[in-house]
Design a protein around this ligand. Structure first.
Ligand code: ADP
Length: 489
């Protein structure tokens, strides 16, 4: 008689390979229904329509969110216009104080923001707690400092605010993108109508509560929720002076077409397909960590993700072996667990887009490798995935997947890798791993990418400008450069 051995269960809730350390959510109170934030108060949408927002890790509904239509957008823009008359005239140091207050309140409420960001968007709590929320607060601190120094930032140029800024943001870094947009707009004396992405509105609405509590004058920041048609209503509104958009290249192109011929200013931060380049003199273990962070941070929902890996031939075998070993240690699971490395894919639609690309990659003939980790039985999850032997013409190499999927190509010479890295419609970011400073300087000047990291990856700071070339968009956010799109001289 054969002895029956117990098969390991794939149910992640009962079979922990590690000690679960769940973030306590008891202190988080979500409302059943969220309204629009216009002129300093929460108001019902004109159409009385609401849409649901879900937790992508459990597929459970979290709340109903108001859907703003043209009438609501008109109201928000006229509140912002009225507020602009006063906000642009108060002293710059006074403006700075309001922005500091927002930053400080955000720090005080950081825990609540982190948990809500993770519940609504699926990102690991470790990332929202240690990266997204502190960075969002830092953006407000940083731009608060600029408010009364614009004359020094742009000497003899008499910088003036533009007016009302329409700002449309994506779902991958909801609060952080709101901070990237709102903080420089306020510091330069503009007022704002901001729309978060439809699957992740909750932290923007919490920010609206914080802004109300901060005493910022009514109408300086308005937050309207909704999907593409709400965004289009903002873009096409005749009394908007500037559009700042972060999102897909397709929608960015639509926006550029719709405002052509108007006097609206535009900045676009769009898709990316970054080359992460490992030379044979690179510190290999550090580079492997950089590859992991480059593609699996935030489930790969990162426009600057290092999604194309280039390894110099001499070290290809060792890098790939170490990469596979490291991937095996990654924990995919409950985003509220502090041990989780890869959380939930943001939505069902995004998961099916990623799965579609995985099928395309296999059909194109690249060799797929996935880590063997168990996946939760509910929610939207994807194993960390590699495609070996990918070639430059493959769609998985040319198109943005926005998920935890990495393509791997090898190269022999520096000329070859520069040509391949640049031979792509995008130009947002890149990474270089080598022991030689001269190689870094040589390469960074030849890569057509707005941000190039050397021996690190995915490092963000409010002081450094961020933005792209080619189909990755134009204009810069962050740093001194990030003030310019909100000013006229
Ligand atoms: P994704 O495809 O990754 O969801 P999108 O570019 O569609 O990225 O979304 C980014 C933001 O743009 C979201 O806030 C979305 O609601 C908004 N949006 C979508 N379509 C339009 C549009 N036609 N005009 C303005 N904003 C839009």
């Amino acid at each position: 008689m054969t002895k029956k051995t117990k098969q390991p269960s794939l149910d992640f809730k009962t079979d922990w390979a590690y000690a679960p350390a769940l973030e306590d959510t008891k202190h988080i109170s979500l409302k059943k229904q969220y309204d629009l934030f216009i002129d300093g108060e929460f108001v019902k949408p004109h159409s009385k329509k609401y849409f649901a927002t879900y937790n992508p890790a459990t597929e459970q509904k979290l709340a109903d969110i108001a859907e703003a239509d043209q009438t609501d957008v008109n109201k928000a823009v006229s509140a912002a216009r009225k507020a602009f008359e006063k906000w642009s005239k108060i002293s710059a140091s006074e403006r700075g104080k309001y922005i500091y207050r927002i930053a400080r309140l955000m720090q005080e409420r950081a825990r609540e923001f982190s948990v809500i960001e993770t519940l609504d968007g699926g990102k690991p709590i470790r990332e929202s707690r240690d990266i997204d929320i502190p960075l969002a607060a830092n953006h407000f601190f940083y731009y608060a400092g600029w408010a009364d120094k614009l004359e020094y930032a742009f000497p003899n140029r008499n910088p003036k605010p533009l007016g009302v800024a329409g700002q449309i943001i994506p779902w991958n870094f909801p609060l952080l993108m709101a901070a990237w947009k709102i903080a420089p707009a306020l510091a330069t004396g503009n007022t704002v109508v901001l729309k978060p992405a439809e699957s992740t509105s909750l932290t923007a609405l919490k920010l609206a509560e914080l802004i109300r509590d901060s005493g910022l004058p009514n109408g300086v920041v308005n937050i309207v929720t909704g999907a593409g048609s709400t965004g289009a209503a903002i873009v096409n509104h005749p009394d908007i002076n500037k559009i700042a958009f972060t999102g897909s290249t397709d929608v960015g192109k639509l926006i550029q077409k719709s405002i052509a011929g108007t006097s609206k200013k535009l900045t676009l931060e769009l898709g990316g397909k970054a080359a992460n380049i490992i030379f044979d003199d690179a510190p290999i273990d550090q580079a492997v960590e950089g590859i992991i962070n480059g593609i699996f941070f935030n489930q790969g929902h990162v426009c600057c993700a290092g999604s194309r890996l280039f390894i110099q031939e001499g070290v290809a075998d060792v890098v790939i072996r170490k990469l596979k070993d490291r991937m095996e240690t990654l924990i995919v699971g409950d985003p509220l667990d502090k041990n989780t490395d890869i959380g939930a894919i943001n939505s069902k639609e995004q998961l099916s887009k990623i799965n579609k690309y995985i099928t395309i990659g296999k059909n194109e003939g690249a060799e797929m490798y996935q880590s063997s980790c168990a996946l939760p039985t509910k929610g939207y999850f994807c194993r960390p995935t590699l495609f070996l032997n990918a070639s430059q013409s493959h769609r998985i190499v040319q198109e943005e997947i926005f998920g935890p999927v990495l393509t791997i190509q090898t190269f022999r010479t520096i000329e070859e890798v520069i040509e391949k890295a640049n031979n792509i419609p995008y130009g947002l970011s890149a990474g270089v791993w080598t022991d030689k400073g001269s190689k870094i300087f040589n390469l960074t000047s030849k890569l057509r990418a707005g941000v190039v990291w050397a021996n690190t990856y995915n490092k963000f700071d409010p002081t450094s400008p961020f933005g792209g070339y080619k189909e990755s968009g134009f204009g810069r956010e962050g740093g001194l450069h990030g003030l310019m799109p909100y000013l006229t001289f």
